[in-house]
Design a binder for this molecule. Structure first.
Ligand code: UD1
Ligand code: CA
Length: 457
């Protein structure tokens, strides 16, 4: 196989997005568009990938990290000028170069591999990835001669009315003979409606030099959707969402109402898990097998094992082991870890805390900055008082303790195993094993006193 290289165009500002965020960083199903592109490009196994960066260069680099090389395009003079910036890495090398835009997030690596194969099979100097559009507005048009051979690409703004009627569009993705590409780039001019160095003009240049040019048409226009504004961004999200859902359903996940289910691209879900409608599963989340996620749940960047039930709850950056049930209306905030068999009931908030195996936290409780052992029962309305307005403090509770309802546990605290905390206590001191901590006012009954109230008269 001849060497493969790839150039990702990601230097544009994205004026039509009307956004403070640079275009290629706008997320589609939880990942910046340029991240999707780099992943798909990487799946085609190129030996070098160069991202052209300019607007928001630091942010794009932060996203893509060391997975590719970077060439800076200081001023954005057009897509041809952008590709030229990769010369410092690729000029003169032998092989095939894929050029792809950072704003076409739906292209699949299967299509890109097909494009490479077609290009090499045709022995062409350049192969354009094209698609048939129902509405070609905004895209470059593929102009073919009478026998169907590609003549050139004409941008919408430069097209004659006749050319504008062509529905075969340029997806902005190409394979080039690398050496010929960089030779030809030197000949680009800016004599067009936008005064830019168009990469698309390279087709005519290569042809005028006597090289053959091919076009490979994808069957699915949707794959080549280019995101230039928020309308296309919403379409891209919708299309990607359907693709993600299809993958999970074919893997054995039940989606009760796909129309109201939002699953990000990086999410993994085990088979026989059932997800009801109005559920969002975002970021780097993994869900195991045989789980049940009900209406109104939102799960972000979390790892959930097998046979977990989540009822209408919010879970962020947390880890849930198997056979746990959560909710309804629980909120697991970052760094909550819920061990096997534990029960987290309604209106419970947990943050930066580990809840041991089979421990039950049934109702209306806040647990922050704590480590709870196994088989503990936490009553209703217990508050872990972890914050004094300045610092946070830890609470540790040993196995098989019983925390009575409406207790306040003022951290820092170490409560041994097998302890009892009396309901309504405000605990400020450590408790040794098998002791009861009680800290509440003694009750006195005043005989006949109630009768003084008008209510009883
Ligand atoms: C481009 C193509 C058009 C094609 C469409 C497909 C050209 C001249 N036109 O148009 O034929 O149908 O894509 O989606 O190539 N960029 C840079 N530096 C620049 C200019 C652009 O890095 O100086 C990057 C942008 O960040 C973007 C990509 O190149 O990721 C494409 O640029 P964009 O302005 O979106 O081109 P289109 O007008 O969509
Ligand atoms: Ca575009």
């Amino acid at each position: 196989m001849s060497a493969r290289y790839a150039i990702i165009l990601a230097a544009g500002k994205g004026t039509r997005m009307k956004s403070k965020l640079y275009k290629v960083l706008h997320p589609v199903c939880g990942q910046p568009m340029v991240e999707h592109i780099l992943q798909r490009v990487t799946e085609t196994n190129p030996s070098e990938v160069v991202a052209i960066v300019g607007h928001g260069a630091d942010k794009v680099k932060e996203q893509l990290g060391e997975r590719c090389q970077y060439a800076l395009q200081e001023v954005q003079l057009g897509t041809g000028h952008a590709v030229l910036q990769a010369a410092e890495f690729l000029e003169g090398k032998t092989g095939t170069t894929l050029v792809i835009s950072g704003d076409t997030p739906l292209l699949t690596s299967e299509t890109l591999n097909n494009l490479f194969d077609y290009h090499l099979g045709k022995n062409a100097s350049a192969t354009i990835l094209t698609a048939q559009a129902q509405d070609p507005t905004g895209y470059g048009r593929i102009i073919r001669d009478r026998v169907g051979i590609v003549d050139k690409i004409v941008e919408q703004k430069d097209a004659t009315p006749e050319e504008a009627r062509v529905t075969e569009i340029n997806t902005g993705t190409y394979c080039f003979d690398n050496a010929l590409l960089f030779d030809a780039l030197a000949n680009l001019k800016t004599d067009n409606a936008q005064g830019e160095y168009y990469l698309t003009d390279i087709i005519e240049i290569l042809k005028s030099q006597g090289h053959s040019v091919a076009a490979y048409q994808t069957a699915d226009f949707n794959e080549s959707l280019g995101v230039n504004d928020r309308v296309a961004l919403a379409q891209a999200n919708q299309l990607m969402r359907e693709r993600i859902q299809l993958k999970h359903m074919l893997n054995g996940v039940t989606l009760v109402d796909p129309a109201t289910t939002y699953i990000d691209a990086a999410v993994e879900i085990g088979s026989d898990t059932v997800i009801e409608g109005n559920v969002s599963i975002k970021g780097a989340t993994t869900i195991g097998e045989d789980c049940f996620i009900t209406n109104g749940s939102q799960i972000v960047d979390s790892v959930i094992a097998d046979r977990v039930v989540v009822k209408a709850s919010v879970i962020e950056e947390s880890r849930i082991h198997s056979n746990v049930d959560i909710g309804p209306y629980a909120h697991l905030r970052p760094n909550a870890e819920i061990c096997t068999g534990a029960h987290i009931g309604n209106y419970v908030e947990i943050k930066n805390a580990k809840i041991g195996e089979n421990t039950k936290v049934g109702h209306l409780t806040y647990i922050g900055d704590a480590t709870l052992g196994r088989d503990i029962n936490v009553g209703c309305g217990v508050v872990f008082v972890n914050y004094d307005g300045k610092s946070k403090y830890q609470t540790i509770i040993g196995d098989h303790s019983f925390i009575g309802s409406n207790a306040n546990l003022v951290a820092p605290l170490t409560i041994a195993a097998n302890t009892l905390i009396a309901a309504g206590s405000t605990i400020t001191k450590d408790i040794p094993e098998f002791a009861m901590g009680i800290a509440r006012a003694k009750q006195t009954n005043k005989e006949e006193f109630a009768k003084k109230l008008p209510y009883f008269q």
